[in-house]
Design a protein around this ligand. Sequence first.
Ligand SMILES: Nc1nc2c(ncn2[C@@H]2O[C@H](COP(=O)(O)OP(=O)(O)OP(=O)(O)O)[C@@H](O)[C@H]2O)c(=O)[nH]1
Ligand SMILES: *[C@@H]1O[C@H](CO)[C@@H](O)[C@H](O)[C@H]1NC(C)=O
Ligand SMILES: *[C@@H]1O[C@H](CO)[C@@H](O)[C@H](O)[C@H]1NC(C)=O
Ligand SMILES: [Mg+2]
Length: 386
Amino acid sequence: MMTPMRYVVLVLVIIISLHYIVSFSNENYGRATSLSHIKQSIGNQLKVGDTVPPYKVPIPEEYYNHPNTTSHVGRRANATFVILARNGDLNGVISSMKQVEDRLNKKYHYPYVFLNEQPFEENFKKRVSELTDSKVEFGLIPHDHWYQPEWIDEARATESREKMVKDNVIYGGSVPYRNMCRFNSGFFYRHELLKKYQYYWRVEPDVKFFCDLDYDPFLIMQDQNKMYGFTISLYEYEATIPTLWKATREFINANPGLLAPDNAMAFLSDDGGETYNRCHFWSNFEIGNLDLWRGEAYTKFFDFLDEKGGFYYERWGDAPVHSIGAALFAKKDQIHFFNDIGYRHEPFQHCPQGDSHKKGKCWCDSTQNFDYEWYSCLNRYDKLFA
Ligand SMILES: Nc1nc2c(ncn2[C@@H]2O[C@H](COP(=O)(O)OP(=O)(O)OP(=O)(O)O)[C@@H](O)[C@H]2O)c(=O)[nH]1
Ligand SMILES: *[C@@H]1O[C@H](CO)[C@@H](O)[C@H](O)[C@H]1NC(C)=O
Ligand SMILES: *[C@@H]1O[C@H](CO)[C@@H](O)[C@H](O)[C@H]1NC(C)=O
Ligand SMILES: [Mg+2]
């Protein structure tokens, strides 16, 4: 009698023997991995000893497809990507940037500006520079553009943070998050490295770009005189901006002449400016004209808000602040919905519908689309043009 163990061993021996018989009797079997065959086909170029594994021999140059880098010798805009990040954000930054390159920028070669209040580490610089042929620059944020100003009443700020923690307000207890919101609201566009550009595209770590983009969005901005572009809009948390609208109204009353004609106030307010409906463009994605922020109206608006201290006494986000700025200081038709750009920042995504889904070869599920979900503000944007 055979024990079960012996039976298993016998079957294994048979399988292994069959394997050998088959591989020796069929000469082509294993050809792809056979050292002698690779040597035969590219062997004449080898200047290496037999001890080097074949995968270490470079693929001959003529096998490479050289991308025609002059295929877009056409017009380019005066534009850059902007990425604010910490050294610790490296993996998320790489993930976002690789998609930017693959989906569009390998065709357009727009440069990147990275900003940080701490020096970027060598490894960070090396890893992101490897992803692109474009120019990449790394900037240090000036101290006063980032940290909480001296004149902020720290006792009052602390008290407010503690209350927000108790109330479970997201990032309610964080000072760095507030620094970030204030920096994005009023300082990024003043950085030395951004001075030479007119348009920017803000990119955050760990976002997704779902679709190929076969046109240059910066040229759309430039040719159609757009000031601000978005993909997702939604409601802000009331607890983070209790007095933001009061401050905005004060500013408007004091500076009525700074508002643009045909502005997008109706996106922000359902009662002609009396109250804020909390709609804002989600600023983790932005394509913008830096002149909007550098202009007189927004400069004065930001300074006015900053003096109120709401970036620290409350937790004013750069999204509502930018959105109010764009809606009031640009004409409504200068605010562009980039419908073709499939985009996700957790937990929401915009997925192009219908023809543009196919045109962009989008990989998002078009049934997962935030546009007209109950928490979206896109219907208010649409109504501006109704
Ligand atoms: N240099 C620097 N960058 C920061 C800091 N905090 C946030 N950022 C960057 O600022 C942007 C916004 O920060 P996020 O943490 O993504 O904030 P959020 O998008 O509101 O929230 P989540 O993405 O849901 O965490 C990202 O580009 C971050 O990398 C910081 O303290 N220093
Ligand atoms: C690259 O593209 C341009 C514009 O389409 C074309 O004129 C040129 O011949 C191409 N060059 C090569 C080497 O294919
Ligand atoms: C790009 O725009 C900036 C800011 O407006 C300007 O200073 C710069 O000269 C422009 N560069 C080019 C090449 O047009
Ligand atoms: Mg984010």
